[in-house]
Design a protein around this ligand. Structure first.
Ligand SMILES: [Zn+2]
Length: 425
């Protein structure tokens, strides 16, 4: 048995090749485990996947012992800089936000997430620290600051706060930037892309954390603003992910060319059917709402808000069923805020048990999320040429996804980018 968490750098002297033997594989395109495979990792990529013995010269051999070898999990909607239910953050010192982010990243990897798409908050500094090995965590696909309009879903100002000290609507939070009008949204999108954002996040409708609030919008941003944001993302070969709960908001996003529809709990059937035709992805985030319901007493949420949250979950279940019916690719996100909520991240799998087959739920968090992140072939699959982001699981997640929800007990090995971070085999 090796250490649970290697200190970064310890793998420097490790063999360049690792051969996993006696593994039952989660292979894309199959609804059940593929028995007795060998997988050779060379450097940070998968070199070979075979059901006949592979050459083991020069390779460290890891006998999986009939356990499940599967792709690392991808969370398509995370926020690592959140410290509380309010994502505003400006009242917290930077050091505390940094500590919370580092904790979030490490805990996510420990739970089996080898990639995170960050939906507002993380930026190039976090990505650099991860790449240098000075932070331990999943691969990071960051949005930088999310774009929100004045009074939009991520404008966290109180009514007393009008402008920043320069007289402009400015950043009032770590996770978002207020931008209005075509020139400002172009500039805001270009700024995040300049700083290396993997994709642009935009708020296209209000939030539902407090769905009883009086100022909820039906949609946010004009069509011209949305189109300008999509145009800027496309110019860098990437795409837009939009926070959108309402039918109006989602229809407008589809018209503008938004690729990734986050939440979408209140869309109608016709709009779901249109999502299928336009090739947009649905990214449900049930655990975020459920965690808020569960923590309502400590958070002081009123019964009316809790009822709204419950109705939002139920409506999201309907949207999920429509998405299945029309063949919309269903992603997997969590949208949790703060270290105290992170431990719920892996529970998104359990949220879908009554909605979908286990194999589809696993596929959402692997192959589908990889497609969504424009990482087809690189991530989310055990296949030759893919990055060596691999998990060994005790149990069969294609028969019962709940084995994934107890990583402390069932997750025996975590490899990211060819480096082993946990090994209890
Ligand atoms: Zn979010």
């Amino acid at each position: 048995m090796r250490g649970i968490f290697v200190i970064c750098g310890i793998e420097m002297d490790a063999p360049v090749k690792t051969l996993f033997t006696n593994a039952n594989l989660v292979l894309d395109g199959f609804g059940h485990l593929q028995k007795s495979f060998e997988v050779l990792v060379a450097g940070n990529r998968i070199a070979s996947v075979s059901n006949t013995p592979l050459a083991r010269e020069g390779a460290r051999v890891i006998d999986v012992g009939g356990g499940t070898l599967m792709p690392g999990l991808i969370d398509a909607h995370a926020h690592i800089t959140g410290l509380s239910l309010s994502p505003r953050n400006s009242k917290y010192p930077a050091q505390q936000i940094a500590e919370a982010s580092a904790h979030y990243l490490k805990a996510s990897l420990t739970d089996g997430f080898t990639s995170l798409r960050e939906a507002g908050g993380a930026d190039h500094t976090v990505a650099r620290l991860l790449n240098e090995g000075n932070l331990i965590g999943p691969r990071l696909f960051y949005s930088g600051r999310a774009l929100t309009q004045t009074g939009g879903g991520a404008d966290f100002r109180t009514p007393d706060e009008v402008t920043d000290s320069c007289g402009q609507p400015g950043p009032f939070s770590v996770m978002s930037v207020i931008a209005d009008g075509i020139d400002q949204v172009r500039r805001a999108a270009r700024e995040e892309l300049r700083r290396g954002a993997s994709q642009i996040k935009v708020f296209a409708s209000g939030g539902v954390v407090f769905p009883s609030e009086a100022h909820a919008t039906l949609y946010e941003y004009s069509m011209d603003e949305l189109r300008a944001i999509v145009e800027e993302a496309n110019a860098r070969g990437t795409y837009v992910m939009a926070h959108a709960y309402t039918d109006d908001a989602v229809r407008r996003c589809l018209d503008a060319g938004v690729r990734s529809i986050e939440h979408a709990n209140f869309v109608g059937e016709a709009t779901v059917e249109r999502m299928a035709r336009t090739g947009a992805f649905l990214d449900p985030t049930f655990i975020s709402l459920v965690q808020r319901i569960e923590s309502a007493p400590e958070a002081g949420l009123s019964p009316a808000i809790v009822n709204n949250l419950k109705a939002t979950v139920a409506r999201g279940h309907q949207v999920y069923r429509w998405a299945k019916r029309y063949g919309v690719p269903i992603a997997m996100g969590t949208d949790l805020w703060g270290p105290e909520a992170q431990h719920c991240q892996i529970r998104e799998f359990a949220m879908r048990i009554d909605l979908d087959e286990a194999a589809n739920i696993v596929r959402s968090a692997t192959r589908i999320n990889a497609d969504l992140l424009n990482q087809t072939g690189n991530l989310g699959v055990v296949a030759e040429g893919a990055y060596a982001d691999l998990l060994v699981v005790d149990g069969d997640p294609l028969a019962d996804v709940r084995v994934l929800t107890n990583p402390r007990q069932n997750l025996k090995l975590i490899m990211k980018d060819g480096i082993i971070y946990k090994d209890e085999l």
